[in-house]
Design a protein around this ligand. Sequence first.
Ligand code: 1QQ
Length: 436
Amino acid sequence: MKRLAVPFLVILALVLTACGSSSSPSATSAPAATKAPAATAAAGSAAAQSGSATAPAASAASGSGAPVALTGQPIPIGLAIATTSNVALLGEEEKNGGLLAEKFFNDRGGVNGRPIKVVLQDTGGDEQGAINAYQSLISKDKVVGIVGPTLSQQAFAADPTADKAKVPVIGPSNTAKGIAQIGPFVTRVSAPVAIVAPNAVKQALKLDPNIKKVAVFFAQNDAFSVSETDTFQSTAKDMKLDVTTVQKFQTTDTDFQTQVTNALATKPDLAIVSGLAADGGNLVKQLRELGFKGIIIGGNGLNTANIFPVCKAQCDGILVAQAYSPALKSDINTAFKQVYTDQFKKDPPQFAAQTFTGIQVFVDALKSLDNKSKIANMSIDDLRVALNTEVHAGKYATPLGDISFDQDHDLIQKDFYVAQIKMNPDGVTGTFVFLS
Ligand code: 1QQ
C-alpha cells in the first residue's frame, strides 16, 4: 500500500494543481469574529499557511445515492477549523495535526488499503464561517465525516447542520458542557473542561498552599469560556477558596485595564483567565504590567505557544491544564511524536494531538466497519450513518491514551496533566513544561 499510495497522491496533487481547483470559498468570505491588534502578526502568519491543502475529493462527486467512491480513490474526511482570524492562533496547531494524520495513516495502509484524503476547509473564527465550511464539506466534497470545528461557540452553531444531514462530527477542541448533546451525530475527542480544568487549580495550590483569594476573568461572548469559568469558580469554592471578583470581557477586547484594576483592588493571590488566545494573552500581559505577582491559571484558550508573541516574557509561569502529554508512553504516541517533531522541530501540542486523534478515530472506525461490510459498496448516506455508529462503539489506542465513548457518545479519557509556561530569556520563545 505504501508503494501504491504515494504515487497516487502525487498524481492527484498534480491533477488538482493543473485544474486550479484547490481554493477554499468559505476561507475568504467568512467574517472574522475576533480582532486584537496585538495578535495580528501571529494570526496573519497562521493564515498565510492555509489554503494549500484544500482539495475537493474527486471520488464522491456522483451524488449522495451512489457508492462512495471507486476502489482505490481516497476516502474524503473533512477538517473544518480556523486557519484565518485570531482563532487561527488555536486552529493552526489543529491543521498541523490533522494534515499530518493523512500521511501518517496512508503510510500505514489507509483504510484497509485505500487512502484517505483530509479535506481542509477554513471556518474563520465565527459561527457562520463554520456553517459555510460544513455545508461545503458535506455537499461539495461529500466527506464521510467531519473533524471540527475549533471553538465550542462554532460547534453549537454548525454541528446541528451536520447532525441534520446525518454526517458524523468529531470535535477536536470543543470542551464546553453540552457538545455531545447537540445531536446523535456529534461527539468529541476533547475532554470537557469540567474534567480537565480543576487539575490546574489543584496544581496552583500545590505550588502555593497559601492561596486564599481568587480573581476570575472570563470572555462572556464565548461558549467555552462561559462553561470553563463555571468549572473554575465551582472548583475554587469546593477547595474553600474565596472568589473575590468575577470580571467579564469580550474575545474582541484588547484593553483590560478596568477589569484588572477592579480585580487587583480585591488583593487576589491567584488569577484565573478563561478566554481565547489573543484576548487571554493580552489580559495576562496587562495583569503583570499592572503589578499582579501571584500565580496565573490560563484556561484551554491559552493552551498554545501562539500566545507567546502576545504576552511575551509575561507569559512566564502561566499554568494550563492539559489533555495530552508528549511523554505518554505508547506505540501510537511514540510514532506520532516522532513524525511531528521531524516536521515541526518541537513536541506536539495538545490541539495537534487531539486533531490527529479525531482523524485516527475515523480511520480506525472505517477499517472496522469495512471488515464487517465493504464500504466501497455503500452509498455515501448509508456509509455516514454506519460510520457514526461504528465511531461511538469503538475503543481506540490514541496519542491521548486509550479512549472510547459513553452511552451519551461523549468522550471517555483517563489521563490529564498540567503544564507551566517557561519563557526563554529572549522573551519571545518558550515551552510548556509538564509538572504533572
Ligand atoms: C472550546 C475550546 C477552545 C479554547 C479550543 C480552541 O476549548 O472552544 O471548547
